[in-house]
Structures are given as C-alpha cells and as structure tokens.
Ligand binder design. Structure first.
Ligand code: GLY
Ligand code: MN
Ligand code: MN
Length: 443
C-alpha cells in the first residue's frame, strides 16, 4: 500500500520549525471523535494539519513542536496503552509507540497534559496555533496560558504573541512533494477504476445507489478507507443539483448519469466527475453539451503551467462555454458581452476547480497580495467545468432542459505544464459509448 514515508513527516516538522521565530512553540490537537448516536461514533478521520506533521492516526493526541528544546523538539501527547480499552476499541501506540514508530522525541500520556504543557509553553515568546477551528481546544489553551499568567509573580513568563499556524502550514501543504503526488496518483487510479466499473454496470432500471455501491466496492478493494467526500450519483435532472446526495432515484432510459466521486488514500483525496448515458448512448443534445464541456476542459488544461495564474484555467472554460452556448442557441448575443454580464452563470455557476490534497477542497491561498496566485510546480488542483440546464428554464427549447454535465479531472503542475492524474477513465463520447457497449455485450 502506497503511503507517505516516516522520513517525510520528519522533514515537514523540520521545515515548519525552520520557519518559526526563535523561542516559540507550535501546538496542534488531533481531530475530535464525533458521536453519531449514543454508543456509535462517526468513522475517525485525522485532522489534516495534524496528520501532515505526524502521520499519527489516533484521536486524543496533541503535538507540541518546540525548536531547540534540549529533551527533544517533537513532543507528542497521546493515549496510554490500556489492555482493557484496547480489547474493546483497538490497539494504541502509547508513548513507547509514539517514539519508536512515529518519531516523537518525547511522549506523555494525554491525561497529564494539564500538568506538563503549561511548563512547555512557559518562557516561550510565541505560540503558533490555529485559533478558531476547535473551540474546545481553544478554551484549553487559554486555560493553560492563564495558569502561567497566574504564576507571573513567582517569575513565570507567559507568551506575548499568538501566531496563526495555519498560514505557514497551509502554504507548505499547497506544494506537493514527489511522495504526495505518488499517493494522489494511487487514489486517482483507484477512483478511476471505480468510475469505469460504474459505467460498465449502468443500465436503465437500476437505482443511483446501485452505482454508488459499485464505487464503494472498488474504493475498498483498492485499499481506500473511505471516500474523500460524499459520492454524488445523479441521474437525469438530479445532475443539475450541484451537491446532490440523495442517490436514491431510478436511472431512466434516456437519462445522463453524473457521478462525482473519489476515494482517499493515506488522507489524500481524489475527486473525479464523469457524465455518461444510463443506456450507453448519448442523445444529440446530450452529446452537444457534453462535447462543449469537454472542449472547455481541454482549453483549461492548456492554461495550467508554471507562470500562468490561478484564474487562467477558469477564464478559458468561461470563454469556450459561452461561445459554445451561443452557437447552440442557448444564449444570444455577443460572446464578450455575455461574459462581461456573466450571462453564462445561468448554465455554468461554479468555478473551474479548486486546490486538491489532504482536503478535497484543499488549503492554500488563491490570491496573494490581491493578485491571482501564479502556479508553481507541485500545486495540485481539479479541472471541472460543467453545464447545467435547469429543468424549468423557460428560455431554452424543451429538448435541452434537465441536462447536467460536469467533467472533472485532477492535475499536478509540472515543469512543462501539468500531469493529469485521472486519465484512467474514458472521456470522449466515442470512448464512453465503446466501453458501455462492450460491457453490455459481456452482460
Ligand atoms: N466533489 C466536490 C467538488 O467537486 O468540488
Ligand atoms: Mn468533484
Ligand atoms: Mn472538485
């Protein structure tokens, strides 16, 4: 199973500490466990920032990074070994495992944090911390600071400054290393297989959840623990609901099916959308819209390269889609004016993509100093133009209504342009129809 090597976590911690001001401490809590109902918990997913710096998969843990600390710079608070609890809930690394397996220099039981962490903070000028994402932990941190303040008369020195840790960390996360790209490629390949399988089995009469089950099966068979986000399987006009999630309607003859789904590997997301005919054959209107979306996506890929800015790919999709809608008679007027007045937004109301990484909508600024960010090698993003013709749009001929098409791929910026990670799923009308026809013959 491909995963991020231990050495990379150490490199990241070192890189972060190198950016911290002298005499400072960084503090990060693990993700909380969320209760689903009574004794049942939601599946645990580590906090992405915490995972990025540690690879430590357990809840109830806190990282303290203390550059220059004599007894070790990387301190991990985590659960103690406990045979009784481990019998019920599974194994824990414990303090020993935190050091031997996860590279901590020093480890303490999480139950002792109130006694130990104030002592580690005391005397440090600055605390690097992401305020406001975990309110319960925000309060704990303030309590620890107040413990130090209450001892000021005995000579204790509380920190003077809080620094936004997410700003540093999220900029680091924006640039994917070779190891990260490898993991993302793996996630993309598993997800591609899942989309191919969904196309293969599709036929009118099945329900959307039948296709979702095929996706889940392929994700798990590939070793993914879970989807990176709730899978969208939207037949017919459901495709015009951008974040449709019911997935319980029947696939009707003549419907298009839009599937937006991707798995997560070692906390790295993939995010793929394909749109195909439930019965294996595009109608002329479906084909026209589909090929327009595809042409806009191809135009966008050409705008992804070092030196180009973030918005260029989006602008390319707007240009191609608006011109195409005019050609098809869905919009009327001058293309440049329709772009300026944002008339295309009646059909294409979202952006062409987002950063992709540990979070499906990944971290990182899109603008720097008020200007669109210039792309650099290692940045990863989706390219996902779409056209959605509302079922009740009275301004267009009836034959167009209810068609929703999105095509989404994952790319990484390379020296010369970009690498598309999700080439494993057919995309042209001919490829999709051939795949589905072949599958129908086998069945
Ligand atoms: N799956 C969510 C998105 O495409 O942004
Ligand atoms: Mn998506
Ligand atoms: Mn996306």
């Amino acid at each position: 199973m491909i995963s991020i090597p231990k050495s990379e976590y150490a490199r990241r911690r070192k890189a972060l500490m190198a950016q911290m001001e002298p005499n400072s401490i960084a503090i990060l809590p693990a993700a909380p466990v969320y209760i689903r109902n009574r004794d049942v918990e939601h599946i645990f997913r580590q906090d992405s920032d915490f995972q990025y710096l540690s690879g430590f998969p357990e809840p109830e843990a806190v990282i303290a990074l203390i550059p220059g600390r004599e007894h070790g710079e990387y301190v991990l608070f985590c659960r103690e070994r406990d045979p009784e609890r481990e019998l019920w809930d599974g194994l824990r690394a414990g303090q020993e495992g935190a050091m031997s397996r996860f590279g901590a220099d020093d480890a303490f039981p999480i139950g002792d944090i109130d006694d130990i962490l104030p002592g580690l903070i005391e005397g440090r000028e600055r605390v690097y911390y992401s305020m406001g994402t975990n309110q319960e932990f925000d309060r704990h941190l303030m309590d620890w600071i107040n413990v130090i303040r209450s001892k000021a008369r005995q000579g204790a020195q509380p920190p003077n400054e809080f620094v936004a840790l997410n700003h540093l960390l999220h900029d680091m996360r924006l640039y994917k290393s070779a190891n990260e790209v490898k993991v993302m490629r793996e996630a993309a390949e598993i997800s591609s297989r899942a989309h191919v399988q969904a196309m293969r089995v599709s036929r009118p009469g099945l329900f959307e959840f039948h296709l979702e089950a095929e996706l889940d099966y392929e994700f798990r068979k590939g070793g993914a623990k879970m989807p990176a986000y709730g899978s969208i399987v939207a037949a017919g006009k459901n495709a015009c609901i951008l974040h449709y999630h019911e997935n319980d309607a029947v696939l009707k003859d003549g419907d298009l099916v839009l599937i937006d789904a991707g798995c997560e590997i070692d906390c790295y997301a993939s995010d793929i959308t394909r749109t195909f005919p439930a019965n294996g054959k595009f109608s002329p209107e479906q084909k026209a819209i589909y090929e327009l979306v595809l042409a806009s996506q191809e135009a966008a890929f050409l705008e992804i390269a070092p030196g180009k800015h973030w918005n260029q790919a989006h602008e390319a999709t707007v240009q191609v889609i608006t011109a195409g809608l005019v050609e098809l008679g869905l919009l009327e007027g001058d293309v440049e004016q329709l772009i300026a007045s944002e008339a295309y937004k009646a059909f294409y109301m979202h952006r062409a993509g987002h950063w992709l990484g540990m979070d499906v909508h990944d971290v990182g600024d899109y603008k720097v100093g008020g200007e669109w960010r210039v792309l650099e090698v290692g940045m990863a993003m989706t390219v996902e133009p779409g056209i959605y013709i509302a079922p009740d749009n009275q301004n267009v001929a009836k034959k167009w209504r209810g068609i929703g098409v999105r095509i989404e791929d994952d790319v990484v910026v390379t020296k010369k342009g970009c690498e598309i990670l999700t080439t494993g799923v057919p995309k042209t009308v001919a490829e999709i129809e051939a795949l589905m026809a072949g599958a129908a013959q086998v069945a």
